[in-house]
Each structure stands twice: as structure tokens, then as C-alpha cells.
Design a protein. Structure first.
Length: 196
């Protein structure tokens, strides 16, 4: 089983700024090129450089399913019923919401990060499980379950907010690489392997 986590991150290590701000900087590279990348949401088509497109296509192409937290699920309003990557999405939560019993795109797990990753692996047909950054990625990294970390490093300093990883109990965590370093427009795409 391969488990990876990836995020757009500021130079100072944040995936969102104070009070859930800064996204216009962190995600600008999704729209600063001329290569179209459609998503599962017809109203959301990215336009990125060829370098960013190739990098993103490689990451999303190996993805079988995702594990996200309830906060992101609620903040995005469940992405309108399907994650833009069009893969099964397991929501780790203590309190599964009503109204999603027949939705084929979402599953809810209350049994912890390992159970959520196992469920995502099964739903994704054995392909790579992707984790959203923050609490989910941190729990999985602490449990020794993360194989790769993909960072889209954006040249902005946010000065605070939500870090990519936080409150880790097993530190330091050594990474191998970068296995890949790709320069896009106002973003550097990096891929690392977690040393085990």
C-alpha cells in the first residue's frame, strides 16, 4: 500500500494563512498557465504551465482514493457531492453527517487514521491513498503510514496559520530526496520519500 500527502505550502510551512486566508497566493499556480486541466467539477478547470500540469497529472494519476478530515469536508460543502479528483473520499470524523448514505463518492470512518487509510485503499482498488495536509497527514505520519510527501512550494510568507504538519509526536522525520524538483510559474513542485 502506498500512502502520500501533498499540498501547496508557503515558504514558512503553512497550507493556509491566519483565519483560513492566503489561498489566492497558495493556489495561484493552478491558474497562471495556458494548459487546461479539467476536474470533476465542470465549473472548475485549472490553467497551469506545462511543467505544473505534468507534475499534477503524475500525482493525481496514481491516486485511487483520498482521506480528508471533517473540517475540510464541511468547509468545501462536500465539494458539491464529489471531490474534484473524482475518486472515492473517506472522511475521518467522530460524527458522520446525515444525507450521504447513498452517495457513492464519500465514505465515513470513525475508527481512526489507520482504519480510514485501509478503507480508502480498498475503495481505491489498491491504488495510492492520498491524504489532505494538516491533522490527517500529521496523524498518519506519526503512525508511520506515510510513504511520500509532495510539496508545491509557493514563494510567499504567510506568517502563521495551518502548518502542513503539526503536533507531531515522533520527530524528527527524515525525508529522502527530493526525488523530483519541477519549476512551474511561481511554484516549485517537490517530491520526497519518508525514511522508515
Amino acid at each position: 500500500m502506498k500512502v502520500s500527502t501533498g499540498a501547496s505550502m508557503s515558504i514558512d510551512g503553512y497550507v493556509s494563512g491566519p483565519g483560513e486566508t492566503g489561498f489566492e497566493h497558495l493556489f495561484a499556480w493552478y491558474g497562471n498557465g495556458d494548459v487546461e486541466m479539467p476536474t470533476g467539477n465542470p465549473e472548475m478547470t485549472f490553467r497551469m504551465t506545462q511543467q505544473s500540469y505534468d507534475h499534477q497529472k503524475a500525482w493525481t494519476g496514481e491516486m485511487g482514493a483520498l482521506v480528508v478530515g471533517r473540517k475540510l469536508f464541511d468547509m468545501t460543502n462536500a465539494w458539491g457531492g464529489m471531490h474534484p479528483l473524482q475518486v472515492p473520499t473517506v472522511v475521518l470524523t467522530h460524527n458522520p453527517p446525515a444525507g450521504f448514505e447513498d452517495n457513492k463518492w464519500f465514505a465515513f470512518e470513525t475508527g481512526g487514521i489507520e482504519a480510514a487509510i485501509t478503507k480508502a485503499y480498498e475503495l481505491g482498488g489498491g491504488k495510492t491513498v492520498g491524504l489532505n495536509s494538516g491533522t490527517i497527514a500529521s496523524q498518519a505520519l506519526d503512525a508511520g503510514l506515510v510513504d511520500e510527501v509532495w510539496v508545491d512550494l509557493v514563494p510567499v510568507i504567510l506568517g502563521g496559520g495551518t502548518p502542513f504538519f503539526s503536533q507531531l509526536g515522533n520527530i524528527p522525520v527524515e525525508l529522502e530526496g527530493p526525488l523530483e524538483a519541477v519549476q512551474g510559474n511561481r511554484v516549485t513542485h517537490l517530491r520526497f520519500k519518508v525514511k522508515k
